[in-house]
Each structure stands twice: as C-alpha cells, then as structure tokens.
Write a protein that binds this ligand. Structure first.
Ligand SMILES: NC(=O)c1ccc[n+]([C@@H]2O[C@H](COP(=O)([O-])OP(=O)(O)OC[C@H]3O[C@@H](n4cnc5c(N)ncnc54)[C@H](O)[C@@H]3O)[C@@H](O)[C@H]2O)c1
Length: 223
C-alpha cells in the first residue's frame, strides 16, 4: 500500500477510521475528510502519513477543498473511499401506530448525505484520479463506496436508509474506460458508532452468517 494516497470521507469514525488505520499501518497515506472535528485528533494519532480536513460531503466546495488539500499535502490522490454516512428514517413510509405519514424532510436529509454526498465525492474526485500515471494494469485510481446490504431489504424495513444505499450501490460504473476501478462494498451490520446508536437492530435476521455484529475490518477497530 506504499503507493496509496487516499481521501477517506467519514474517516474519523467506524469503518472509515479502520480503513485509514489499515492504509497507514501498511505504509500508505490518508486524508480524513469528515464533518466531525475530532478527526483532527484521529489523524494526529495515526502520525505524519495521516491528515485531517474538515469536510461536509454535501457541498461541492467543501469536497473540492478536501481533494485539493490531499493533493497538495501528499502529491496525488489515487484512492477515494466514500464512508461518510448517516442512519435514520423510519420503518416503512407510514407510521401506522400514530396514523401519520413519515417525514419527507427526514428522507431528504438521509439522501443528502448518503446518496448526494457520495455522488458529489465521486464526481469531484475523477479529475484527480484520471491524471495519475497508470500502473501495469492501466489502473489510475480506485473509488470505493460504502453501500449496504440493507439496500436489498433482507430483514430490513427502514426504507429511508435502504433506498439511500440502493442508489449508492448503483452509483458508479462509468469510469472503467478511464482506468478507474470502482468497488461498492455492501456490509451487513458492523460494530461501529452507527450501530451502537441504533436500538432497532435485528442482527439475527439481517446478518445471515455469522449471526452477530461484524467486527470492523472484517471490513478492525470499532471506535
Ligand atoms: N456500521 C454498519 O453496520 C454499516 C453497515 C452497512 C453500511 N454502513 C455504511 O458504512 C459507512 C460508515 O458507517 P460507520 O458504521 O462507520 O458509521 P460512523 O457513524 O462510525 O461513521 C460515519 C462518519 O461519517 C461522518 N459524516 C457524517 N455525515 C457527514 C458529512 N455530511 N460529511 C462528512 N462526513 C460525515 C461522521 O462524522 C462519521 O465520522 C456509512 O456510509 C454507513 O452507512 C455501515
């Protein structure tokens, strides 16, 4: 991984943080692009090959700023990981207990980060990835998106989160002819702060095997 310079959105916590750790431990460099200012201390703990820039993935300018920062700090960007995401929304589209429709605003909020934010980072990243020297396979860069198995509905009734992730799962197939490899990861439940705060986990149904929360870095470290 010595040649890797990665921008990791959501790198201050959970899966993103584990990915940053894996890259740094294996000799690469990583920029944590996260809305959470604690990311600064996460980067300091990882040492000089890590850096932090406060980023909100929903804003084009903020994403451009993060990519320019990574490029200037480490000389290029050849890996981009979309791990910024939020959970929320409710089961189904209608609250049958209280006889009221679920909130469109909440739906939009989840989409804004998970779907539009991911799209934003993909589109703003390409101009950095495509200018890299190709390796022996012709590869100039790698884009990795955190979708979710929730998108396929297995034991999962939160249509807000799952549909935001369905869009991510389908987001990014257009860059192969530019030497940019796109990988979508669809984890089941992984033990991170996002699952710590979700009281409605149905791990037995959702994680087909093993029937427990995934340990981070089976995608390493729960925060
Ligand atoms: N943990 C799971 O079980 C699980 C399963 C499937 C998919 N995922 C997906 O993996 C990704 C990481 O999840 P996690 O469990 O590590 O969550 P997490 O809450 O530990 O980390 C998410 C990070 O994203 C950051 N973030 C949120 N909104 C942002 C924004 N607008 N701009 C920049 N950063 C922002 C947060 O500050 C946080 O550091 C998410 O996209 C999540 O949907 C998680």
């Amino acid at each position: 991984m010595k040649d890797i310079v990665a921008l990791v959105t959501g790198g201050a916590s959970g899966i993103g943080k584990s990915i940053v750790e894996m890259i740094i431990t294996n000799g690469g460099k990583a920029v944590i692009a996260d809305i959470d200012p604690q990311g600064k201390y996460v980067a300091i703990n990882f040492g000089e090959n890590a850096a932090f820039i406060n980023t909100n993935v929903i804003y084009e300018k903020s994403v451009d700023n993060a990519l320019n920062f990574a490029n200037e700090k480490f000389g290029k960007v050849n890996v981009v990981i979309n791990s910024a995401g939020i959970h929320g929304g409710e089961e189904g589209g209608y609250d049958l207990n209280n006889d009221k429709p679920h909130s469109l605003e909440e739906y939009k909020k989840i989409f804004e980060v998970n779907t539009f934010g991911t799209f934003n980072v993909i589109t703003r990243s390409i101009r950095f990835l495509k200018k890299n020297q190709p390796n022996e396979d012709g590869q100039r860069g790698v884009l990795i998106n955190l979708g979710s198995v929730a998108a396929y509905g297995i034991g999962y009734r939160n249509i807000t989160y799952s549909s935001s992730k369905a869009a991510v799962n389908d987001n990014s197939r257009a860059f192969a002819n530019k030497g940019i490899r796109v990988v979508n990861i669809l984890p089941g439940y992984i033990h991170t702060p996002i699952t710590d705060t979700n009281k409605k986990l149905n791990v037995d149904k959702f994680n087909l095997f093993p029937k427990r929360l995934g340990v981070n870095l089976q995608i390493n470290v729960a925060s």
